[in-house]
Design a protein around this ligand. Sequence first.
Ligand code: OGA
Ligand code: ZN
Ligand code: ZN
Length: 387
Amino acid sequence: MNTAAAVADFRSYPLISALTTVQTLADQVLVTWADGRVSPFHHQWLRDNCPCPVCVYTVTREQVLEIVDVAEDLCPAIAQVDADGCLSIDWQDGHTSRFDPGWLRAHAYDDESRAERSAGKPKSRLWNSQLKLPVFEYQAVMDDPKALLQWLLALRDIGLTQVRGVPTEPGSLTHIAKRISFIRESNFGVLFNVQSKADADSNAYTAFNLPLHSDLPTRELQPGLQFLHCLVNDADGGESIFVDGFAIADALRQEDPEAFRALCEIPVEFRNKDRHSDYRCLAPIIALDTLGQVSEIRMANFLRGPFDASVEQMPKLYRAYRRFIAMTREARFRLITRLNPGEMWCFDNRRTLHARNAFDPTSGARHFQGCYIDRDELLSRILVLQR
Ligand code: OGA
Ligand code: ZN
Ligand code: ZN
C-alpha cells in the first residue's frame, strides 16, 4: 500500500526515523522510534487526525470528521506497527486509522519534537547599515523557480531586496509581482504612481522628504510586501533609505525597556483621508507574537492622528515615540541607496521601514510605480515552491 496516500496533505513527509514499538496506555499511545525518541499521542488526537477517506475528503484533503462525533473515551482495540511501517489502529467502535511514520514524526508533540520544530522555524535575520543588499536579476526570477525561491526566502528572512533588470515600461511591475501571487489593491490603485503631483492625495506624491514609515498603517492589516519600481530618476535628491524595524525594536528593548513597552502597549491612530475616503486604524507601533518576539512595526508620522492616551501615559508615549524616531535616524541602522531606472525595491512592509529624501522636481523627472502583496501570499508561494 502506498503510505503517502495516508497523508491528508499535498506535501510529502520524509521518513526521519522508523516506528519500532507501540504501547497502549489509558488515554494515549506511546510510540518509540528507531532513534530512541518516545512520542505520546492521545487517543483523541489520533482519532481526530485519521487520514482515511471517510474522515478526510480525498479531493480537497480537508477534514470532514468532527471529533465531537466520536466518543470522548474511545480507545484502540489494537495499536501496532504494520508491514508498511505505519502506525495502524483498530478502534473499539470498528473504525481503522493508519498513520504514515513521516507524517506522524512531523506532527509529534513530545517536548523534544516540539522544541525541534520551534528551532527549525524560519527566523528573521536582523540587519543594520552594514547589510550586503540581497540583489536578484529580473530575468532569472521570471524564468527559474529556484531563483524565484531564493528571492522569496530573502524577502521572508531579511525583509529587504533589490531586483535589477526590470523593464522600464510602465506596468512591468505587475509581471514580477504575479510571480508571487495576485496584487493587493488599495484606494491608491492596483499599481500606484509615485510622482510629484499638484493635486496630491498623500505626502508620498509630493517632492517632500518622507520620513521612515510603513505604508498603509491606516489599515487593520498593513500590506506584507511592498514593491517600488523605478522608471525614471533624473531629479536631484530622492535617495531611498531603509532600516530594519525589527532590529530597531530589539535595540530599543535592550536600551530603553520602558519606551519599548509603551510602544507595544499604547495604541496610536493612523489616518489616511482624502475627499472620497477615510481610513483609520488604532494599534500599537510595535506588535509582538505569542512568543513575545517583535512581529510588526506600524509607523508613518505623516499619517498619525493626535495621540489619545491617558494623562498619565501621554508623557511616556511622547518619550517613547521620540526615542523610536531618533533611532530610525541613527546612522548605525540606515541603509541609503539611490534607485536607478530598471531597479526595483521589494521589502517586508510590516518590518522594514522605508524613506526617501526630498527631491528637486525642477531638476528632472522622477517616476516610481508601486504595488502590494500580502505576507500570506509570499509564505504560501514559498511552501509550494519547496514541495
Ligand atoms: C511611498 C514611498 C518612496 C519614494 O510612495 O509610500 O515611500 O522613493 N515612496 O518615493
Ligand atoms: Zn478515518
Ligand atoms: Zn511609502
